[in-house]
Design a protein around this ligand. Structure first.
Ligand code: SAH
Length: 436
């Protein structure tokens, strides 16, 4: 989905264009050599992905205009400033005020906010994060699709339900043609403009992945985000050439000790080098960590946020650890909902409100109201499951995944209803030009 609203190009710089949406100006990266001022485009994740005819654009705009204003009004009503908040402690207010002005939070401030416990302080934190989201990003909510191509994985992550040592799990792998077809269904039949392709690590050769990405890009306009684990520098380069423009790869934990304990044979340094290489190539990054891994300390959580911010991702992806059966962490406990919501709120405040903050499926699995809470605590992006229904139970990262039984149209209807209630437009307008 992500009903991209057409925007009109109003300025062209070297690799960027400025696009007008109902009077709001956003910036997008441009790879179309023939783009002219006045052209109508669709942008996604800050990339121009399609140029439209004027007639087509005007028709879509007419359909959107009234609804767009209505949604914006609802959002403005639901995201008023929380200050002054009677009952909130002065110490928390003093930390929140500069963040509201867009000043980055330091390590101690992040630690203090993550330790909030009282209802008044929590309310202030959540509502401030929501207000800042509204001020910096208005009511745009990116809704990406995620297509899980294979649960084959060579890694042995102690938390993960599709890790190689889980031998009882039946494995599946979509053939190249099946993968392209499933992507086409999400893009052409259901209107997704941005699609994450994910699999366990090592499930496909670089050649196969490149072919899948190239063919999808050749057939349909869309932003492709690759999430295949560590595919190596060459792999990153090849997939970029094939047309992928985003990488989804969590660093999982910023603590080298925890990382080594739970990811046998892997190294944090190597993962970070991979992320930095992807960024240098020009990929948008989506990254983050697990919240509530057993043994994780407050300092680890603070550093997870600092590290994520340092990587300057397009989107923060943080979600709760959920225990999976038949894994070494099967008996461990998931974190309380509140700890995940605090993390999302602090992520939103930590960098002046610029980044997109994902509301993960794991958060919804932890609590059925997790999606709504997450969207009201600084979150502004969602990923809907576009994997063919028959394979979903096998992509068993953790048990009872939210929406695992729901078809894509069902998920879209449910998402649209919630976004309407919250006054969010299911669009991705890219970056505000003043936030560049
Ligand atoms: N091979 C890809 C995709 C891995 S699975 C990669 O390496 O990026 C996608 C994400 O699921 C992981 O990054 C991890 O953070 C999350 N995940 C795995 N097991 C989980 C669990 N038990 N609870 C919550 N999230 C989990």
């Amino acid at each position: 989905m992500c009903y991209a609203i057409p925007g009109r190009v109003v300025a062209i710089h070297e690799r960027h264009v400025e696009v007008d949406y109902f009077g709001r100006r956003k910036t997008a990266r441009n790879e179309w050599a023939h783009l002219r001022i006045g052209d109508y485009v669709l942008a996604q994740g800050g990339f121009v992905i399609e140029v439209l005819s004027e007639a087509e654009a005007r028709e879509t705009l007419r359909a959107w205009e009234v609804l767009f204003q209505e949604l914006a009004e609802t959002d403005a009503r639901l995201s008023e400033s929380a200050l002054p908040r009677p009952g909130a402690s002065p110490r928390i207010r003093r930390l929140i005020e500069p963040a509201l002005e867009g000043r980055p939070l330091d390590e101690e401030a992040i630690a203090t906010l993550l330790q909030i416990e009282t209802p008044a302080d929590l309310d202030l934190l959540y509502r401030t994060a929501n207000h800042l989201r509204h001020r910096r990003q208005e009511n745009a909510c990116c809704v990406h699709g995620i297509l899980e191509l294979s649960n084959d994985c060579r890694c042995s992550c102690a938390y993960c339900g599709i890790a190689a040592p889980r031998r009882a799990l039946p494995r599946y792998r979509l053939r190249v043609e099946e993968a392209i077809e499933a992507a086409g269904e999400a893009i052409a039949a259901h209107g997704f403009k941005a699609l994450v392709l994910q699999s366990g690590e090592g499930a496909y050769s670089t050649e196969a992945l490149s072919e899948i990405v190239r063919e999808i890009r050749r057939r349909w306009p869309c932003l492709i985000i690759a999430s295949f684990g560590e595919i190596g520098e060459k792999g990153l380069e090849r997939l970029y050439e094939a047309g992928a423009r985003g990488i989804l790869l969590r660093f999982e934990s910023s603590d080298p000790g925890l990382y080594a304990r739970y990811r046998a044979g892997a190294s944090l340094e190597r993962r970070l080098a991979h992320l930095r290489h992807a960024s240098a190539i020009g990929y948008l990054l989506i990254t983050g960590a697990l919240v509530g891994l057993p043994g994780q300390t407050l300092r680890d959580r603070v550093r997870d946020i600092l590290l994520a911010r340092e990587l300057q991702p397009e989107m923060f992806s943080f979600g709760p650890f959920l225990p999976s059966p038949e894994t070494p962490l099967a008996e461990a406990a998931a974190p309380p909902l509140r700890e995940v919501l605090k993390t999302l709120a602090v992520l939103r405040l930590s960098d002046g409100g610029k980044g997109n903050v994902l509301v993960s499926t794991a958060l919804e699995t932890l609590d059925p109201a997790g999606r709504e809470h997450g969207l009201l605590c600084g979150g502004n992006t969602l990923m809907l499951n576009a994997t063919p229904l028959r394979y979903r139970p096998l992509y068993a990262l953790y048990p009872d995944r939210a929406h695992a039984q729901e078809s894509l149209p069902q998920q879209i209807a449910e998402t649209l209803a919630l976004l309407k209630k919250l006054g969010r437009a299911p669009t991705d307008l890219g970056l505000s030009s003043h936030s560049e």
